[in-house]
Design a protein around this ligand. Structure first.
Ligand SMILES: [Zn+2]
Length: 884
């Protein structure tokens, strides 16, 4: 998914981050062809009954069939083969999440039927078949099965390669709506007080993609390419789904055309759920969403919200082909599903709204993935994963962002049409079946006749990302470019020592102004060092043209200076984002000086691209938080103020008629930075005024801008403001507004108020929000220690409120401990999670500890340099010397 920063409620779209139990693979005894499933949820007891018939093919003579099943009570089980029915005894192995059905007489190879009657509880953990509650108090039941939770709703072969057709029937209370993967083929009264809805058989799908929802829902509808599309919401909210419906109507025909295969299911429903663990889930034909990932107020919604909802909807619909139609054999290849959907989702949005410049968000995502890949505790894109905890940990910036970036690089290397031809070939070959990732790149290798398999193997099978150092030497009118690759680590010793990893990297250069202005040349770097000849000499060279490559670029001091001089006019916005990220990476390993980075920042001070400015501000925020000493804090804030004020004055705080949407975004970014990082008192006062207006009448203010103003007002806010925001949060029917109010509660500075926020998280917040609120408090400098003390003191309550982390990511909460930058806190974090281990956040913990260590190291080295640079600036009267 796109990680739109202010709506980063969850680190992933599709994987529910749940469960610490261990999955074990089923023995190869039988394969399912068809499931007939009848579910009868009972909201008076919060339980459900199930009746199931599975048609299987027995592979070899056996008296036992093993299925996945968890927390289900079997009342009757029989197996029928060749006309003979036998009662089966069921033996559960809870640890393995399996049940063995044993019969007296051996079953011959060939078709057999398994019949099971069972009951279960509607889960309180947002997984399996679970109980949800709408804002108005109405109960509903919904499913969330990825990765290994279908087995909590019905006994099944719960592995992605066991694809089958499913006939779902649901017995629901009268008046309740039932939605599932396919169209309803009948809806009849009975039994008493209920109605029975039967759905058409699905095409062959994996168990994790089966879904149904039962409750009070309303919908709006449309269609595209002959496919009916509905957006379902809880009562009173259907109009908030209008934008998502419009997006689906644009995206579906685009994919029909791109993939060369028509949308494979008979209808498409997008369902907004108030209680929902992941961001969204791509169940075939029945995509479920957290409300805030689906709904927006079209009349007042700004561009950022539209981009966010648009990209989530486009991501999930892309999965209908990539993931649902063709499914990975096993979870170790989930990266291809997720990275592909991420990469693909930009294409229809680009075609629909070119002015959104979605490629800028893509590059920002690449920089995040590069940052994660700088840790020793990163992982290869292709990562073995056997247990549920291991599978769920894969939902990170490597699986999503890095894969998407590698695919973008590959597409650029092969050309759009060749790439697409390979994708089409792969999909056609494996439609309604399963495939391994190698099948994908083999299809591309075959179609393109280029070494895709070699390139992909280096990026997919090995961890980390290369730094490509570039040096240019002019010889008369031509030039020689020398490239050198090595793995980039934040750990300086590791980075500088011999490392023997090699990648096959499609590298594209862009030469500087002058004769070779804007000229690009692409090469394949396969050795540790290689030289190439360029026809023209130029004042500078950029080693990642279009920022299309997934690698870092390293320049010498002179290279940086000449690049920085022209950056704003000669580099594209994507290249500027990548350059800022690359330069910061060189500061982190002592190859660059922090003062030089800040000089480049000054060179970009009149940049108008919101995404470029955001990239810069994120770094300035980090510097302000961790590297500036108390003595220099005020002069640093003044410097940031001087840096950003001229553009802010030009943009103004008031929206002008007919201004571009880009300007709206820029205004929002600048308000956040001047009120937050620079703590400009005038801007803070303005933010408070805006918030007061919004609290009076939300429709009177610029919705996008006020979302930025709320946290600023909170940082100076008192109990009166806190009470107002909390009351709004509790009464709001608009998920977008609720998200802003919730994030505002995390941003107060007064410890007493933050303590109330934390209390709210474990007593009243929705299960999926509890850990994100606590993590939000920890990311607030004023709440860092308070939040951490709370985590330690209230661990049991946090686990309980989060439904044993069924709906929320413990990984996210554990990752929030990476905000510390001192050894005492690091030791506390390590010690606490040694005593309270979280299996599905085991890698997140190692990453957090690493981050803290590097921060400590960075502060020790660059802190003093920063102090003298700031003092130097002060002596020269601020940042007048911008003519670098
Ligand atoms: Zn996804």
């Amino acid at each position: 998914m796109k990680r739109a920063s202010h709506f980063l409620l969850c680190a992933c779209v599709c994987l529910a981050l749940v469960s610490v139990s261990s999955a074990q693979r089923l023995p190869t005894i039988a394969r399912p062809d068809n499931y007939k499933l009848t579910f009868a949820p009972d909201f008076s007891t919060d339980g459900f009954g199930g009746v199931e018939t599975i048609q299987v093919r027995v592979q070899k003579p056996t008296s036992e069939i093993v299925l996945n099943a968890l927390d289900l009570d079997f009342h009757e089980a029989t197996i029928t083969a060749r006309g003979a029915s036998q009662k089966a005894t069921a033996t559960f192995e809870k640890e393995k999440e399996q049940v063995t059905l044993a019969v007296g007489k051996t079953l011959p190879p060939g078709p057999a039927t398994i019949d099971i009657k069972y009951t279960g509880k509607l889960s309180s953990e947002l997984r399996g078949l679970y109980l949800g509650k709408q804002d108005d108090g109405h109960k509903y039941a919904a499913t969330q099965f990825e990765a290994t939770d279908a087995r909590r709703a019905f006994p099944c072969f719960d592995e992605p390669a066991y694809k089958a057709t499913f006939n779902v029937t649901v017995i629901a209370d009268n008046g309740m709506t039932v939605i599932s993967n396919t169209r309803a083929i009948s809806d009849v009264d009975g039994p008493v007080g209920k109605h029975t809805v039967r759905f058409a058989a699905t095409p062959k799908i994996s168990s994790y993609l089966v879904a149904f929802v039962v409750g009070n829902f309303e919908y709006i509808e449309g269609s595209a390419d002959g496919i009916p599309i509905r957006v379902y919401t809880t009562a009173g909210k259907k109009e908030l789904g209008r934008f998502a419906l419009e997006t689906a109507e644009k995206v579906l025909p685009y994919y029909d055309h791109y993939f060369g295969i028509k949308y494979p299911y008979s209808k498409l429903d997008l369902v907004g759920l108030s209680d929902f663990g992941p961001g969204a889930m791509e169940n075939a034909g029945c995509i479920t969403f957290r409300e805030v990932f689906l709904m927006l107020d079209d009349k007042h919604g700004g561009i950022e919200r539209k981009k966010f909802v648009g990209s989530v909807v486009a991501h999930e619909i892309a999965h209908q082909w990539f993931g649902d139609l063709v499914t990975m054999q096993w979870w170790d290849d989930v990266w291809l599903n997720e990275g592909f959907a991420d990469w693909m989702s930009s294409k229809p949005l680009e075609a629909w709204h070119p002015e959104w410049e979605v490629e800028l968000s893509d590059v920002t995502d690449s920089t995040r993935a590069l940052n994660l890949d700088a840790l020793q505790n990163t992982h290869p894109i292709h990562q073995e994963a056997e247990t549920a905890a291991q599978i769920l940990q894969l939902a990170d910036a490597i699986t999503y962002g890095k894969t998407a970036a590698v695919l973008r690089m590959l597409e650029s290397y092969l050309g759009e049409e060749t790439f697409r031809a390979g994708v089409n070939e792969y999909l056609k070959e494996h439609a309604y079946g399963s495939a391994a990732a190698a099948d994908f790149w083999n299809a591309l290798t075959k179609v393109s006749k280029k070494p895709v398999d070699k390139i992909m193997a280096t990026f997919v099978e090995q961890a980390g990302a290369p730094l490509v150092s570039v040096k240019m030497k002019c010889r008369g009118s031509s030039a020689t470019v020398s490239l050198e690759q090595r793995r980039y680590y934040y750990d300086r010793a590791r980075f500088e020592s011999d490392n023997n990893q090699l990648w096959e990297i499609p590298v594209c250069f862009k030469q500087g102004l002058g004769k070779g202005a804007g000229a690009e040349k692409c090469v394949l770097l396969t050795q540790e060092q290689q030289s190439f000849t360029l026809a023209t000499c130029s004042p500078w060279i950029n080693a990642n043209a279009g920022a299309r490559g997934f690698y870092r670029s390293g320049y010498d001091a002179e290279g940086i200076r000449s690049l920085a001089r022209d950056a704003e006019r000669a580099l594209s916005p994507t290249e500027r984002i990548m350059l800022l990220s690359d330069l910061w990476a060189s500061v982190r390993v002592d190859r660059g000086k922090i003062g030089d980075y800040l000089v480049v920042a000054q060179g970009l001070q009149s940049d108008r691209q919101p995404e470029v400015v955001s990239q810069l501000i994120a770094q300035l925020d980090f510097i302000g938080r961790y590297l500036v000493t108390d003595a220099d804090r005020e002069s640093y804030r003044l410097w940031v103020r001087d840096l950003l004020s001229p553009v802010a004055e030009e943009v103004g705080w008031k929206k002008k008629p007919s201004e571009s949407e880009e300007k709206e975004s820029l205004r929002k970014v600048l308000l956040g930075a001047l009120g937050g990082v620079a703590r400009d008192p005038e801007v803070q006062a303005f933010a408070r005024k805006l918030v007061d207006q919004a609290l009076q009448d939300p429709s009177a203010v610029d919705r996008e801008l006020v979302a930025s103003a709320f946290p600023i007002a909170a940082s100076n806010g008192d109990a009166v403001l806190f009470d107002q925001v909390l009351a709004r949060l509790k009464s709001s029917q608009n998920p977008e507004e609720s998200a802003v109010y919730q994030q505002t509660l995390e941003a107060f500075s007064d410890p007493k108020l933050l303590a109330r926020t934390l209390e709210y998280a474990i007593s009243e917040a929705r299960s999926q929000d509890a850990t994100s609120i606590i993590g939000g408090v920890m990311r607030n400098p004023a709440g860092q220690k308070l939040g951490w003390d709370f985590v330690r003191a209230q661990w049991a309550a946090i686990e309980k409120q989060s439904g044993a982390f069924g709906g929320a990511s413990p990984g996210g909460l554990v990752a929030s401990t990476g905000v510390f930058c001192d050894s005492a806190s690091r030791d506390e974090v390590k010690q606490f999670f040694t005593v309270h281990p979280v299996a599905s956040a085991e890698r997140a913990l190692r990453q957090s500890l690493e981050r803290i260590d590097y921060c400590i190291d960075l502060k020790g080295r660059q802190g003093p340099q920063l102090a003298s640079w700031l003092q130097e600036q002060g002596r020269h009267g601020g940042n007048d010397a911008t003519g670098n």
